[in-house]
Design a protein around this ligand. Structure first.
Ligand SMILES: Cc1cc2nc3c(=O)[nH]c(=O)nc-3n(C[C@H](O)[C@H](O)[C@H](O)COP(=O)(O)OP(=O)(O)OC[C@H]3O[C@@H](n4cnc5c(N)ncnc54)[C@H](O)[C@@H]3O)c2cc1C
Length: 402
């Protein structure tokens, strides 16, 4: 067997990926003139709705093809199908996939960017060695079972209980806002195993089989019209102890791994601010001649400034962050990303006027309603703005708690 040398330099790695993936474009890439095509959807939060089972199967096939091409997980260990490179190489992969017009992998985002890092850092070998390649091959779709009706920002207050029963744990409780829960095969569940312990110390993390008896998933309808997240009920769900991620009572540490990764990767091309969104924004402004309109130019400038700031921060190497801000860079990036998305949404609303919300059958117009209505959700997902401010102020800048 001949092995192909993979360059580590980021630019060369991008070029390598372009060559390596060229054969997959005919089968998987979307049409290049998306705005002129039948499907002009543009979303801030990707929603695979009811009846989109074919799209989900295609996405699994696409992820499988990436894995078979050896590039599905650049930062992963080679023995599990990775390339042994860095998270910066993962970001290059996301950029290249977007650039080559491959489908968005947002339905896989939680599994690959939130569940996988926790498994990699904390799971026992057997679970790690089976679940990680399955996630990166598209065989397993993952979801995050953290938030509950009574615990969101105060995540350590979760009340879903797990009680030990022989080799199993039995879970009872309710989770909510579970993105992609309706598609998921496995869920990373933060639960309380010791109600008597201080709240952060009484938590444990499990990988739950979403098809197990006792798991009920109910979609929640959003103002965009879609239903990308769900309520999940866990009624006596048995989870083997071998599916525990990390030690008993160490769930908070595992959750922190997932949350840190969620915030930083949300701001990359795997998140909602893709190069494709930028391309569509520029195309919209040009199509409507808004660049030359003095009414719109200030908003265009604000948008460009916000996106440029976001891109500049996202491009910093870990060592370039100031000593204080490095540990909270995920929160800083998330705030910059949501600001940039706000500006894009304001711009689309301004240049389209009522056509953003009333469907006249015009291409690349009403489609923006899904994007504009989806952006507010990103001020909450992955931790609200206020929580990010608290994290930056207290943990980054050392300011006192109020
Ligand atoms: C699109 C989307 C996808 C999501 N996907 C998932 C998922 O897949 N899995 C999952 O587990 N969860 C998910 N969530 C849930 C998300 O993590 C929570 O909505 C978020 O953490 C806020 O929790 P909450 O909704 O309970 O609001 P609350 O915590 O009740 O907050 C209400 C308000 O009070 C403010 N507030 C609360 N505490 C403080 C404080 N200490 N200081 C200042 N202000 C405060 C908040 O900022 C907010 O404005 C998703 C949410 C959205 C919108």
């Amino acid at each position: 067997m001949t092995t192909i040398a993979v360059p580590t330099d980021l630019t060369a790695f991008g070029a390598h990926l372009h060559t390596r993936l060229a054969d997959l474009t005919a089968e998987f890439a979307r049409p290049t003139e998306a705005a002129g095509d039948e499907n002009d959807r543009i979303a801030a939060v990707e929603e695979l709705r009811e009846g989109h089972e074919d799209e989900v199967s295609r996405l699994r096939e696409f992820q499988r093809a990436l894995f078979d091409a050896g590039v599905a997980w650049p930062s992963g260990p080679p023995e599990l199908g990775g390339l042994g490179l860095t998270p910066a190489h993962d970001a290059v992969l996301d950029d290249v996939l977007d650039d080559m017009g491959f489908p968005t992998r947002e339905a896989l985002f939680v599994g690959l960017n939130i569940v996988a890092p926790a498994l990699r850092a904390h799971a026992p070998d057997e679970l790690r060695n089976s679940a990680l390649p399955a996630l990166f091959r598209g065989e397993l779709i993952g979801c995050q079972l953290f938030s509950e009706p009574g615990a969101g920002s105060d995540l350590a207050g979760v009340s879903t209980r797990a009680v030990r029963d022989g080799d199993d744990w039995v879970l009872h409780g309710q989770k909510v806002w579970t993105s992609m829960g309706h598609l998921a095969d496995v869920g990373e569940a933060l639960v309380r195993t010791d109600p008597a312990a201080p709240k952060h110390a009484g938590l444990t993390m499990f990988l739950v089989d979403m098809h197990a008896p006792g798991v009920t998933v109910r979609p929640i309808r959003q103002m965009t019209g879609g239903a990308a997240f769900n309520e999940v009920f866990l009624d006596g769900v048995r989870v083997p102890d071998s599916h525990r991620i990390g030690g008993v009572g160490e769930g908070w540490k595992v959750a922190s791994t997932s949350l840190g990764n969620e915030r930083s990767t949300m701001s990359g091309a795997a998140g909602p601010l893709t190069p494709y969104v930028m391309e569509r924004t520029v195309a919209l402004v040009r199509r409507l001649g808004a660049e030359a309109d003095p009414v719109h130019r200030p908003q265009i400038a604000k948008t460009v400034a916000a996106v440029t700031a976001m891109r500049a921060a996202a491009g910093l190497t870990p060592g370039s962050w100031s000593h204080n801000l490095a540990p909270v860079s995920g929160s800083v990036l998330k705030m910059l990303m949501t600001r940039a998305l706000d500006e894009i949404a304001h711009l689309a609303e301004a240049v389209l006027g009522e056509r953003a919300f009333v469907d006249h059958g015009e291409k690349d117009a009403f489609a923006w309603s899904e994007f504009v209505l989806g952006v507010p959700a990103l001020h909450l997902a992955g931790g609200t703005d206020e929580i990010q401010y608290n994290v930056i102020a207290q943990r980054g800048l050392g300011l006192p708690r109020r």
